[in-house]
Design a protein around this ligand. Structure first.
Ligand SMILES: [Zn+2]
Ligand SMILES: [Zn+2]
Length: 184
């Protein structure tokens, strides 16, 4: 049996799902920010994707829309900094850490122009993931000795003579603590 509720004559106000509205608004703000960057940096392409990165070959900054607005802004500014610094390659892991640090410095400067203050804690967290990554890569799998890199794709342990190869992915390293870290 169907039950029916008699209208009270009042217009009932159904509050919209708060998260839905704010997600839509935040997405619009994120897109407006990206659009502005596209106007300010017409030589670069800005494309949505899963993993934020800078491609020197196609001059494309890839950003991830599926994250809080704050992280999206920080991330796209960071990749933009790599682009403006013309980061294309690095010869060893320590150099990558240096490039990452430089990119964050510049991202902070660019951010000021858009009234975005990148928190130093965020930057240190991101750099820490690189430091952790570097530490894992440079640790000998046989004797756990911490050694210096031999060349762009391998490490050699002076203690036990073990040599191990490492991948040479460029600026596509995950750089957040929350992301799954891999030593490869
Ligand atoms: Zn980077
Ligand atoms: Zn060793």
């Amino acid at each position: 049996m169907k039950t029916s509720t008699k209208s009270t004559g009042k217009t009932s106000f159904v509050p919209p799902a708060v998260s839905k509205v704010s997600v839509g608004k935040l997405k619009a703000r994120a897109e407006a920010f990206i659009k502005q960057l596209g106007l300010d940096y017409p030589d670069l392409k800005f494309e949505p994707g899963n993993q934020e990165h800078w491609s020197p070959r196609s001059k494309t900054v890839t950003y991830n829309l599926n994250q809080p607005l704050r992280d999206l802004r920080y991330g796209v500014l960071h990749e933009l900094a790599h682009a403006l610094l013309e980061h294309a390659d690095y010869s060893n892991d320590f150099e990558l850490l240096k490039l990452e640090t430089d990119a964050w410095d510049m991202a902070s400067d660019i951010g000021h122009r858009y009234h975005i203050e990148i928190g130093s804690e965020h930057i240190q967290n991101c750099l820490d993931t690189y430091r952790d990554w570097l530490h894992r890569r440079s640790t000998c799998p046989s004797c756990s000795m911490h050694v210096l890199q031999k060349n762009s794709s391998s490490y050699h342990c002076f203690n036990c003579q073990t040599t191990w190869n490492v991948s040479t992915g460029r600026f596509v390293r995950p750089y957040r603590r929350k992301q799954k870290l891999s030593a490869s």
